[in-house]
Design a protein around this ligand. Structure first.
Ligand code: PMP
Length: 291
């Protein structure tokens, strides 16, 4: 455990390894809760409003009343970032259903529990992400919205974890998940983009994926850079024929994909990924200017 990690819980900030929740918490017993992963740069949290909006939507989707107002959560995040010894890092904001009886019924949980961890970020287990990551097409399909809507950022990540275990066993960095219809959905913890014939393409949310905040920023950045961008269903063949491919996420930021199973991407003459990456970094620098 990272020694610098701090945790905001019950209106206090304490070393994260001293923070605890009840063994009766339904977040632990059933994955009943929601969360957000955020990044702060130069002491400022990137895309804070969008993350809190998604948190509210996820909570509402599972009938969970957030224990604090958005204003109180913002203040908690600000105080935690202020207390954290480095000026950049990662935040994990978790709201659980709270302690209840051993049965599944959330009605037994009297009050939700919220905590926020600030820690350094461990990006995918790759030594140099700029060299690109490898993807393994998982047999585990992304859950359809009619079972557990991937738009809900819930504590129940086993669907994604099973896919990531497959990628680990295949010796690859990340899993690529398809939906039940065989279309590309997303990675286990990131969204996917390709560049094909000079157009940036990414699957629509309706294909069963988390509406990633980095995804939305990347679409904006691409449009600002004059790059055509389409949200369109993609098959695995579209990925294998693409000129470029990359993943986006709060943790990953924007990571090129160098390989999908046996297929290796060859670098095109005028790649668009570096232009989008540069625009993305400029956006962070602008939004999180040094205080
Ligand atoms: N998909 C999944 C399943 C994720 O867990 C994440 C990480 N939150 C993402 C996509 C990327 O979303 P964001 O850009 O908001 O971090």
């Amino acid at each position: 455990m990272a020694s610098n990690a701090l945790c905001w819980i019950d209106d206090s900030i304490i070393p994260a390894d001293q923070a605890s929740v009840s063994v009766f918490d339904h977040g632990l017993l059933y994955g009943d809760g929601v969360f957000e992963g955020l990044r702060f740069y130069h002491g400022r949290t990137f895309m804070l409003e969008a993350h809190l909006e998604r948190l509210e939507q996820s909570a509402e989707a599972i009938g969970l009343v957030l224990p604090h107002t958005v204003r109180q959560i913002t203040a908690a995040i600000e105080s935690l970032v202020e207390a954290y010894p480095a000026d950049s890092g990662y935040l994990r904001l978790v709201v659980t259903r709270g302690p209840g009886s051993l049965g599944i019924d959330p009605g037994s949980c009297s009050r939700p529990v919220m905590f926020i961890i600030a820690d350094e970020l461990r990006v995918m287990n790759v030594s140099d992400p700029s060299q690109g990551v490898s993807l393994h097409v998982a047999r585990t399909r992304r859950l359809p919205a009619s079972c557990l809507n991937p738009e809900i950022k819930s504590l129940n990540y086993l669907n994604n974890i099973l896919a990531r275990i497959e990628a680990n066993r295949a010796g690859m960095d990340e899993a690529l998940m398809l939906n039940l219809d065989g279309f590309v959905s997303e990675g286990s913890v990131d969204n996917l983009f390709i560049v094909a014939e000079g157009v940036l393409r990414t699957p629509p949310i309706s294909d069963g994926l988390l509406a990633g905040i980095t995804r939305a920023v990347v679409i904006e950045v691409a449009i600002e850079a004059g790059i055509a961008c389409e949200q369109t269903s993609l098959r695995l063949e579209d990925l294998l024929q693409a000129e470029e491919c990359f993943l986006t996420g709060t943790g990953a930021e924007l990571i090129p994909v160098r390989q999908i199973d046996e297929h290796t991407f060859t670098a095109p003459d005028n790649p668009l990924t570096p232009i989008i990456m540069q625009g993305f970094r400029a956006r962070i620098a602008k939004d999180c200017a040094t205080r």
